[in-house]
Design a protein around this ligand. Structure first.
Ligand code: ATR
Length: 287
């Protein structure tokens, strides 16, 4: 059923994800299911684009009239230079994961952070304005999530990163949007656990092949915390397993992936995306 041939014709829209590597992307499967379900005359594919070809690839979006493109590692930052307009929040985040092609212009958005926050709200009923949140990591993913949380009115945000300078830089960039501070990852145990409602893990620690590693000690996790990890393969990282053992509510990264895609779908088609179908499609490829 992944391979149902739709009636593509000269007015079909082409969507794609570009990245390097790209072979393991689950975006084509997820988006084609959505396009088909919503009866959009369109198809979503993947293009392997090397960094030295990025500028040409973006020119190709214009030349071929693609409807929209998702951008993934390692192009999220560099691609910004080749777009016509970048919205305010995306400029602050400094990374684009979604390009909309409209009337000859390319618009850059970042749907990762908003997708993450939607997932946390819908799946965990998180109340962001009453939450004191610790984000582990200060890379691209953390930037998008931190911005979206502050935009949603997060009560208090702490950014904990191995390279503390990077945490400081992110906190500085976001200082105008809410209450935010930064600490060294090694100093996380010094934060009183009772002052933390939600922990969000955004680093690659816990991802294959480092599936046994955790960025914070198990003892720091306490049962009142909601512990979230943006990794979804594995669905339960060592951190989430430890959190569950401590009695915490846990949340993985599958919903973030689904919702970043759903928001992109909505930007491209103007239709509400079938998120449960999309989630199911991705889940089928895991395990
Ligand atoms: P992404 O776009 O996925 O966020 P990134 O921008 O390369 O990727 O950021 C990776 C994040 O994972 C950073 O916060 C990084 O910490 P440093 O800034 O100190 O490099 C963090 N990270 C990666 N490996 C880590 C490890 N072994 N321990 C702790 N943090 C790690």
């Amino acid at each position: 059923s992944n391979n149902i041939v739709r009636n593509l014709d000269t007015s079909s829209k082409v969507y794609a994800v570009i990245g390097d590597p790209i072979a393991h992307s689950k975006s084509p499967l997820m988006h084609n299911a959505a396009l088909q379900e919503m009866e959009v005359n369109g198809v979503y594919t993947a293009f392997h684009v090397k960094p030295e070809q990025l500028e040409h690839a973006v020119a190709g979006i214009r030349a071929l009239g693609l409807g929209g493109v998702n951008v993934t590692i390692p192009h999220k930052e560099q691609v910004m230079a080749y777009l016509d307009e970048i919205d305010e929040s995306t400029r602050v985040i400094g990374a684009v994961n979604t390009i909309v092609h409209c009337e000859g212009k390319l618009y850059g958005y970042n749907t990762d952070g908003l997708g993450y926050v939607r997932s946390l709200q819908e799946e965990m009923q998180a109340d962001i304005p009453s939450s004191r949140i610790v984000i582990i990591g200060a890379g691209g993913a953390a930037r998008g999530i931190a911005y979206a949380l502050l935009a949603e009115g997060c009560k208090e945000l702490t950014i904990a990163n191995r390279t503390v300078e990077r945490a400081h830089a992110l906190a500085e960039d976001l200082s105008g949007f809410g209450k935010v501070r930064s600490v060294m990852l090694n100093d996380t145990p010094a934060i009183p656990p009772q002052d933390v409602d939600i922990v969000i893990q955004t680093t690659s620690v816990g991802m294959h092949p480092h599936i046994d590693e955790m960025p914070v000690a198990k003892e720091w996790l306490q049962s009142h915390m909601l512990v979230s990890d943006i990794i979804y393969n594995p669905l339960e990282t060592a951190l989430l397993q430890a959190a569950k053992a401590q009695g915490c509510r846990i949340h993985n990264g599958l919903g973030m992936f689904v919702h970043q895609g759903a928001i992109a779908f909505e930007l491209w088609t103007g239709m509400k995306a079938p998120t449960e179908l999309m989630r199911q499609k991705v889940l089928e490829t895991l395990n």
